[in-house]
Design a protein around this ligand. Structure first.
Ligand SMILES: CC(C)(COP(=O)(O)OP(=O)(O)OC[C@H]1O[C@@H](n2cnc3c(N)ncnc32)[C@H](O)[C@@H]1OP(=O)(O)O)[C@@H](O)C(=O)NCCC(=O)NCCS
Length: 422
């Protein structure tokens, strides 16, 4: 049985941050009702690759959900919303600041309608503090949560990371909060409001940078390959340094293309074996006993030379060949995998992490699979819903409306596009 079977979610989320969360909960078995404005989640039409079809942006974030369209700017639409609130365990949204309040639904009102309901909100900066009124997208959160200032090289611009830590990362945080609050609601009968700010989520993921921030008050950071000093105040961008207790870096391999790199961690335990293997090939016999590299402290001090030697050794190997050499020595390492590498990787396919799906508008397509594997409740991935595909089904099956009531609501515009703003 699915882990969240019987849990019903009213999912008003849009774009990426919220839908990431609700898709995961759907994959765990929750009945997720995607509650969309009549024109649909904006991402349905964004970055379209097939004319007239829901975009991959939408399909990849909204699997296993049902879609209902409701015009929240009509009295009838609001009544449908209230009925759904009464039938759901969780309601979630990631609108801009104040949107639900303007529609007449504060948390207090929602709590009054269904005291057991758990409500989840994602905001750029939360509901308090000087930034509370600002909207946010992925890179805004990366900029303001500490990720960008610590990514890149010291004399270059700050960089965003491709991993969507601001949007999808925040969605993960929300999923944890919702499940905790649901557990509590099941024991106490009382729901609560779960808020995750994207900026807070990014800061949480940058936790080790704040470790280093405080260490800088006492002295330089010896593991960084770039200069640091006591009283520096700001954690610098440190390229591909490991960021942990072990030294690590990206090493360029044959044939030296954009992704012909491998990340190597020179873990303390493996240094001697690694040095014995590479020393003779880079005209440095005795590397394993050389005092410049005898301890991790010495290797930190002399890491530029160490990386130069490892890079020199790697010149003759592809990333996969070098990986095989390192694997034999038990050196933690990983080739830099391009999207093409991953889409065709045996390990990835074997773990159902790149799954083929069908879609009535676009035919075959792929989604990244479910990364959380429950032994008794494996995820079964199903395509995303078409806009409003389940409106009638939800109205009759979940809300128990009869055909006459559905027709009356339709005639009153409960599911039609809201009037344009004047
Ligand atoms: C992502 C974001 C910037 C998009 O901004 P936006 O496109 O202006 O959308 P908003 O969420 O601010 O507003 C949605 C509008 O649609 C309306 N709407 C939403 N659902 C509706 C429905 N079912 N029926 C009628 N209208 C609806 C809202 O009432 C609101 O209208 P208003 O501006 O008249 O109040 C904003 O939603 C945001 O900051 N969200 C929080 C942070 C976040 O999640 N960002 C990451 C997204 S991946």
């Amino acid at each position: 049985m699915e882990a969240l079977k019987g849990v019903r979610i009213l999912d008003m989320t849009h774009v990426q941050a919220g839908p990431t969360c609700s898709q995961l909960l759907a994959w765990m078995g929750a009945d997720v009702i995607k509650f969309e404005p009549p024109q649909g989640d904006a991402t349905r039409g964004q970055l379209r690759d097939v004319p007239g079809a829901d975009s991959l942006y939408f399909t990849m974030l909204n699997c296993n959900k049902r879609s209902i369209t409701v015009n929240m700017k009509s009295a009838e639409g609001k009544a449908v919303f209230v009925d759904l609130l009464r039938k759901c365990d969780i309601m979630m949204e990631n609108f801009g600041p104040g949107v639900l309040d303007r529609l007449g639904f504060t948390w207090e009102k929602i709590h009054e309608i269904n005291p057991k309901l758990v409500m989840g909100s994602i905001k750029g900066f939360g509901s308090s503090g000087p930034y509370a009124e600002f909207k946010a997208y992925e890179n805004v959160a990366q900029a303001m949560g500490g990720a960008m200032s610590t990514t890149g090289v010291p004399d270059g611009p700050p960089f965003v990371t491709g991993a969507q830590i601001g949007d999808s990362g925040t969605g993960l945080h929300l999923a944890i909060g919702l499940l905790a609050a649901l557990h509590q609601a099941n024991r106490t009968g009382q729901g609560q409001y779960v808020e995750v700010a994207m900026m807070d989520g990014v800061m949480n993921l940058c936790r080790v940078k704040f470790r280093d921030h405080q260490r800088l008050t006492r002295g330089p950071l010896p593991e960084y390959s770039v200069p640091t000093y006591a009283g520096m105040h700001e954690v610098p961008r440190a390229g591909n340094d490991s960021g942990g207790g072990q030294l690590g870096n990206a090493i360029h391999c044959k044939p030296h293309g954009a992704n012909d790199w491998i990340y190597v961690v020179v873990q303390e335990a493996v240094w001697t074996a690694l040095a014995k293997r590479i020393g003779p090939d880079v005209e440095f016999p005795g590397l394993d006993t050389d005092p410049q590299f005898a301890t991790i402290g010495e290797r930190r001090k002399n890491q530029q030379l160490m990386w130069t030697l490892i890079n020199k050794f790697a010149e003759r190997y592809t990333k996969r060949e070098f990986m095989a050499i390192l694997n034999e020595l038990d050196v933690p390492c990983g080739p830099i995998m391009s999207t093409q590498d991953l889409a065709t990787d045996e390990h990835v396919r074997g773990r159902d992490m790149y799954v083929e799906l069908d879609h009535p508008q676009r035919g075959k397509w792929y989604n990244v699979g479910m990364p959380i594997k429950l032994s008794a409740s494996p995820a079964k991935i199903e395509r995303s819903p078409l806009l409003g595909e389940h409106t009638d089904e939800v109205l009759t099956q979940v809300l128990g409306y009869d055909a006459a009531k559905v027709s009356t609501l339709k005639a009153a515009g409960a599911f039609a596009a809201p009037p344009k703003k004047g």
